[in-house]
Design a binder for this molecule. Structure first.
Ligand code: CA
Length: 219
């Protein structure tokens, strides 16, 4: 699903990768590792990771949040793009998947930039808000349980600074968002897409990279 950008043929994707994607060796190794795992489809596409690195650099981001780590590919991509004093708060509940993540963050020598919080993300985000970190963050990436997307979006909107960016993954959800669907995950993604689309607190763009990346920049 999201291992290759939306609508690209295999040949087009290969061309894109070969021509323009500069994947750090640790990212490539982690991608290989994850592709052998049963939940491999949860990993973002390498061109999406590179796009996010470009956004991080354009923002001059130093403080980031990630909601949903899985095996840590996007975390690693962000950590590699951050300056030495940059930090990413990485939220997940899985010991098992984040153990894989940690191995590769260490291999790449960027583990010191990652602050892993093993707890329900909504609790971690509430704790950051309670700790006085409103508008402290430059960038937030949301890629976790879809049912909580609207809540994560609202919490991240509180935490990012004006001009800061929220990126929401799986916005196209393999095309399911464009169909009448009764399933809860699809409806949750449709809900966040609609909310962001009409939200005057942000400017937005749904970019068809990976499985659809919805960008919301706080005004
Ligand atoms: Ca995803």
């Amino acid at each position: 699903m999201s291992n290759r950008s939306y609508g690209l043929s295999e040949a087009e994707h290969d061309y894109l990768l070969k021509t323009t994607v500069r994947e750090h060796p640790s990212l490539a190794q982690l991608r290989d590792h994850t592709m052998k795992m049963p939940m491999a489809r949860m990993q973002i596409a390498p061109e999406q990771a590179q796009f996010m690195q470009l956004l991080i650099n354009m923002l001059g981001a130093t403080h980031c949040i990630e909601v949903g780590v899985f095996t840590g590919y996007s975390t690693l991509a962000v950590a590699l793009a951050l300056p030495a004093d940059g930090r990413i708060i990485a939220c997940d509940i899985s010991e098992e998947y984040t153990a894989v993540a940690r191995t590769y963050w260490e291999k790449a020598g960027v583990d010191y930039k990652v602050d892993l919080r093993l707890a329900p993300a909504q609790d971690t985000l509430d704790a950051l808000i309670a700790a006085g970190e409103r508008e402290f963050y430059d960038f937030a990436f949301i890629d976790a349980d879809k049912e909580n997307y609207v809540r994560y979006y609202e919490q991240c909107l509180t935490l990012v600074r004006p001009g800061g960016l929220i990126a929401i993954d799986n916005a196209l959800w393999d095309g399911r968002v464009a169909k009448d669907s009764a399933d809860e995950e699809t409806r949750a993604i449709q809900a966040v897409n609609s909310r962001v689309g009409k939200d005057h607190r942000v400017e937005c763009s749904l970019v068809p990279v990976g499985d659809g990346l919805l960008l919301a920049r706080k005004l």
